[in-house]
Write a protein that binds this ligand. Structure first.
Ligand code: FAD
Length: 312
């Protein structure tokens, strides 16, 4: 495929990390190109209201916040390409980024392709996202004050989030498909001794039902096959998170949890290739932290391009 264009900086992804990187890269006059992928504004666009991003005391719609990021990035000279990255060739510099529409080259890259929460894949799940089904306790816990809610999962993140959710909820019931938890002993002990937390073991959610919001779960005991109904005010699913790193397997170093390995300058294992947001962070996973990483990556990219210290 023929080369379309060369850029100093290409940003892969248009979530909070990519858009914050674009604002900083554009203000450094790098004229960045943002390749958006299929989810313009990223995961944040999937949520109705974001109440924990600083500067918006009454909250702001996820889509609206993304539009403001985009407007700000464009105001300083960012270009947007609505296409999806198919491959990145790191074998020679400048690096080649292939999208459906052609090939681009860049002196520096910021990879901000995010991650996605693993889903249960049961009827009702997609229908009730944001209306009783959530994948983020920090984001949505506040909406469940004094409610009776359920958590699916048995690992560290499920227990951590369940304990966090007891700050708000009246009760938190953890549903786990096995009869033992996979979490660390301290966390398990903390969850088991929390008076608001109870457990249903050997059980999976088969269906999520409701009208305006989630009202009940259909559960199945995996040992007896018994099916039962469980009333609920909300379901939090914590069965894992998958960073969008498939394109970089064997090309960039990864952490054991599957995120891209970066140093404190947001540099990956390759010179002049930076990463930011959830593709490189499985711990904080917030709009503000992802945007902060994006800003840091753009500052580092600017420094490496200005000082020719990128190593090429
Ligand atoms: C339902 C929900 C509610 C949430 N609520 C809140 C909240 O209230 N407060 C909060 O702080 N956080 C919240 N979060 C978390 C927050 O949205 C994420 O932490 C944040 O969006 C991560 O930003 P990111 O830029 O790293 O990645 P993402 O937001 O995942 O964006 C990734 C970007 O990469 C692009 N991309 C992917 N593959 C390709 C490809 N091959 N080529 C090009 N581009 C690609 C996508 O199209 C997208 O634009 C919520 C998350 C969800 C799912």
């Amino acid at each position: 495929m023929s080369l379309i264009e060369h850029r100093q900086l290409i940003i892969l992804g248009a979530g909070p990390a990519g858009l914050a990187a674009a604002i900083y890269g554009a203000r450094a006059e790098l004229k960045p190109l943002v390749i958006t992928g299929m989810v313009l504004y990223g995961q944040a666009s999937l949520t109705h209201t974001i109440e924990n991003y600083p500067g918006f005391p009454k909250g702001i719609g996820g889509m609206e916040l993304g539009q403001l990021f985009e407007e700000q990035a464009k105001a300083f000279g960012t270009d947007f390409l609505f296409d999806e990255v198919q491959a990145v060739d790191f074998s020679k510099h400048p690096y080649k980024v292939s999208v459906y529409g052609g090939d681009y080259t860049a002196d520096a890259l910021i990879i901000a392709m995010g991650a996605y929460a693993k889903k249960l894949g049961v009827p009702g799940e997609n229908e009730f996202i944001g209306r009783g089904v959530s994948y983020c306790g920090t984001c949505d816990g506040w909406f469940y004050k004094d409610k009776d809610i359920h958590v699916v999962g048995g690992g560290d993140s499920a227990l951590e989030e369940a304990i966090f959710l007891t700050r708000f909820a009246h009760s938190v019931t953890i549903i786990h498909r096995r009869d033992t938890l996979r979490a660390g002993a301290i966390l398990e002990n903390r969850a088991r001794t929390n008076p608001k937390i109870s457990f249903i073991f050997d059980t999976v959610v088969k269906e999520i039902r409701g009208t305006e919001g989630v009202e009940e779960l259909m559960l199945e005991n995996v040992k007896t096959g018994e099916v039962s109904k469980m009333p609920t005010d909300g379901l939090f699913v914590f069965i894992g998170h998958t960073p969008n790193t498939q394109l970089f397997e064997g090309k960039l170093e990864m952490e054991p949890d599957g995120t891209l390995r970066i140093n404190s300058n947001m540099e990956t294992s390759r010179k002049s290739v930076f990463a930011a947001g959830e593709i490189a962070d499985s711990h904080y996973r917030q709009v503000v932290t992802s945007a902060g990483m994006g800003a840091a990556a753009a500052i580092s990219a600017t420094h490496c391009l200005e000082t020719m210290s990128c190593g090429f």
